[in-house]
Design a protein around this ligand. Structure first.
Ligand SMILES: [Zn+2]
Ligand SMILES: [Zn+2]
Length: 154
């Protein structure tokens, strides 16, 4: 049986330490405050998983709290930034903005709706301004699953 360790992650989503609780108060990469608990239910954020054979090597900051479902600060920020970016595009009709916005959560997390969200995004994103398309790609490329990345950007 393995165990989950604590994690220290900054509010921008940088992993400060994947096996220590409140390792440092601030992130050495961006200077933001770090968290080790969900801000809603205070449950410890899951860090790396380890077994008798060692630590998992591909630890990524979780997007949502496993206990209450609250989005972590970095997830909220990513979604907010994406939504603000879409809002900048005056030429894009509101109904298309809505479709793209609604697809975003299923692009960053693999869900049963991910293939549908990917298809919608692919269909409607070419209507958006180039800077919106590029900006969204920059935001999503670090967090989207391999399947989504492949489907959207080859
Ligand atoms: Zn940081
Ligand atoms: Zn929580």
């Amino acid at each position: 049986m393995g165990v989950y360790h604590y994690a220290t992650i900054c509010t921008n989503g940088h992993i400060v330490n994947e096996s220590a609780y409140k390792y440092t108060p601030f992130c050495q990469t961006c200077g933001k405050e770090t968290v080790s608990n969900c801000q809603k239910c205070e449950t410890d954020i899951r860090g790396a998983y380890s077994t008798e054979y060692g630590y998992e090597t591909d630890y990524r900051a979780p997007s949502y709290c496993f206990n209450c479902g609250e989005a972590f600060p970095w997830t909220k920020m990513l979604l907010n930034n994406a939504i603000e970016l879409i809002a900048l595009d005056d030429q894009l009709p509101n109904d298309i903005k809505e479709i793209i916005k609604n697809a975003l959560p299923d692009l960053i997390i693999e869900t049963p709706s991910t293939p549908l969200a990917t298809a919608k995004y692919k269909k409607f994103i070419p209507s958006a301004a180039k800077y919106v398309q590029d900006g969204l790609k920059n935001l999503l490329v670090d967090v989207a699953s391999e399947t989504v990345k492949k489907a959207l950007w080859g």
